[in-house]
Design a protein. Structure first.
Lengths: 115, 114
């Protein structure tokens, strides 16, 4: 148990659906991240939030929309996804962003399948 | 740009045998290096990290890694593998760049056979 909880664990959706992924941490961390993990590819950083403000967006398509209402919660809203968006989506948190020596705590991920 | 290469996609070892997973990095300055492990259906867990000092670092679960600047490598080792070590292993480097926390390699999947 890392202290970072993601729901749902598995999600199957059609290309016209709208769904949301949820991440929650009660570690007192100020930074939260969304990563995408596809087969045979490195982990791709999607978004970084620091103190509830988005500080990095790595050229992610607009069909992915993050939301960070407070420092403990992070959402990823999904709409009109494509089959190639099927992947494991990992949430992570750390005490601060932009600081070396910060340990990342990962959730177990949401396995997303887009049909 | 910073990059991390894990040359082995999949490795199979016998239980009790020794293990070495390779990691090479491309980075101009002194890197900060990490190894993470991901068990099936789980997120990533930090095994160990190197920032400075002793080039041989000890981690959890009996793992160690050695930083070799001349070879730009940070290989992960374990003297005797247990069946529970079967997982995906990721090497990562801190790019010292803005708010990007880590750059990851593609991972090496470890299978353990009896």
């Amino acid at each position: 148990e890392t202290g970072v909880t993601q729901t749902p664990r598995h999600l199957v959706m059609g290309m016209t659906n709208k769904k949301s992924l949820k991440c929650e941490q009660h570690l007192g961390h100020n930074a939260m991240y969304w990563y995408k993990q596809s087969a045979k590819k490195p982990l791709e950083l999607m978004f970084v939030y620091s103190l509830e403000e988005r500080v990095e967006n790595n050229s992610v398509p607009s069909r992915f929309s993050p939301e960070c209402p407070n420092s403990s919660h992070l959402f990823l809203h999904l709409h009109t996804l494509q089959p190639e968006d099927s992947a494991l989506y990992l949430c992570a948190s750390s005490r601060y962003s932009g600081t070396v020596n910060e340990k990342l705590f990962f959730g177990s991920g949401t396995q997303l399948s887009v049909l | 740009a910073q990059s991390v290469t894990q040359p082995d996609i999949h490795i199979t070892v016998s239980e009790g045998a020794s293990l070495e997973l390779r990691c090479n990095y491309s980075y101009g300055a002194t890197p900060y290096l990490f190894w993470y492990v991901q068990s099936p259906g789980q997120g990533l867990q930090l095994l160990l990290k190197y920032f400075s000092g002793d080039t041989l670092v000890q981690g959890i679960k009996g793992f160690e890694a050695e930083f070799k600047r001349s070879q730009s490598s940070f290989n992960l080792r374990k003297p005797s593998v247990h069946w529970s070590d079967a997982a995906e292993y990721f090497c990562a480097v801190d790019p010292h760049s803005g708010n990007t926390p880590l750059v990851f390699g593609k991972g090496t999947r470890l299978s353990v056979i009896a």
